[in-house]
Design a protein around this ligand. Structure first.
Ligand code: SF4
Length: 315
């Protein structure tokens, strides 16, 4: 069966093996961030409705979710998932029918001021909202919200959610040079994040062409400096590495071991960890590079998600 709203499961750097769920048509969002990988939005979407009927997504989930299950079902894709008013129904379906499957939500968090939205997503295991700006001018310039959306309400909504939510809250902060990396802004952002007290804060920067020209990434050193100024417990850098040279601990012999193992036979991530002796977190780092270079691809098979070496794309 070809799936319209599901993708993967794929190994994800942040969540292990994850089945992606697209909740809205491409680039349906209440923000229009300058760094968005989906390209520039022609128009903001602020209305909350069933852009894609929840029952259609549930039917696809019923068809794909057979043992062995992926680790996560993740609401993500090219737009803001909480804009789909059917999200609560889908989360309840997943938690009732597949209790061992973890549910994650990538969101810009803008609608969390709305109690109905918070109630819809409260059963998730992990919610990963973004917070890039705490100054209104930075918010306008970087995230370019739809008219009438208030930064204050957004930041307060996120705090309200963090009080009500018993799962894990991982905040992503996306830094773009000259937009939100000024010292005063980083200090104020750090203060907000300390008050919010999420389980994790993950710093990211650009690794693919941005929707708007003139948007530049921070270097690894600049990210480290920003991390110090933010001064938040549990903060880490998760920017995607663009090449082997940018990964401090990248070892060619480990890459070779992974490639050789997969060349001999396709493996699940767990098999690969057992054969190579590498931890899943570390494997994902190498798989990111190998997948980006199309040397490895993942495919769902009867016994789970298999990583397959692509012989036609040698280095
Ligand atoms: S919130 Fe996400 S999908 Fe929406 S514009 Fe920003 S980066 Fe793109």
């Amino acid at each position: 069966m070809a799936y319209k709203y599901l993708f993967g499961p794929v190994p994800s750097r942040r969540l292990g093996i994850s089945l992606g769920i697209d909740m809205v048509p491409f680039k349906t969002c209440n923000l229009n961030c300058v760094y968005c990988e989906c390209g520039a939005a022609e128009k903001h979407s602020t209305e909350r409705k069933e852009y894609i009927p929840a029952d259609e997504i549930i039917n696809e989930l019923k068809s794909i979710l057979k043992p062995p299950l992926p680790e996560y079902a993740t609401f993500s894709g090219g737009g803001e998932p909480t804009l789909n008013s059917g999200i609560g129904k889908i989360i309840r379906f997943l938690k009732n029918e597949y209790p061992s499957l973890k549910v994650a939500l990538l969101t810009n968090g803008l609608l969390l001021y709305d109690k109905k939205v918070r109630d819809d997503i409260v059963l998730c295991d992990i919610v990963l909202p973004s917070v890039d700006a705490v100054f209104p001018d930075v918010f306008q310039k970087l995230n370019r919200p739809a008219a009438g959306l208030s930064l204050e309400k957004y930041l307060e909504g996120l705090k309200a959610f963090s009080r009500e939510f018993s799962g894990e809250l991982w905040v992503e902060v996306f830094l773009a040079k000259g937009f939100n990396d000024g010292k005063d802004h980083l200090k104020a952002l750090g203060k907000y994040l300390r008050e919010l007290s999420p389980d994790r804060v993950q710093l990211n920067t650009l690794d693919r062409p941005a929707a708007s020209s003139g948007v530049l990434p921070l270097s690894k050193q600049e990210l480290r400096d920003a991390m110090k100024i933010l001064d938040v417990k549990g903060i880490e850098i998760i920017s995607k590495f663009t090449s082997r040279r940018e990964i401090a601990s990248y070892r060619e012999d480990k890459e070779q071991l992974i490639a050789d193992t997969l060349r001999r036979r396709p493996c699940t991530l767990e098999d690969l960890a057992a054969v190579t002796g590498l931890k899943i977190q570390e494997l994902n780092k190498y798989l990111d590079v190998l997948e980006k270079e199309k040397m490895v691809k993942s495919k769902m098979q009867d016994r789970g998600v298999f990583l397959i070496y692509n012989d036609r794309n040698k280095k």
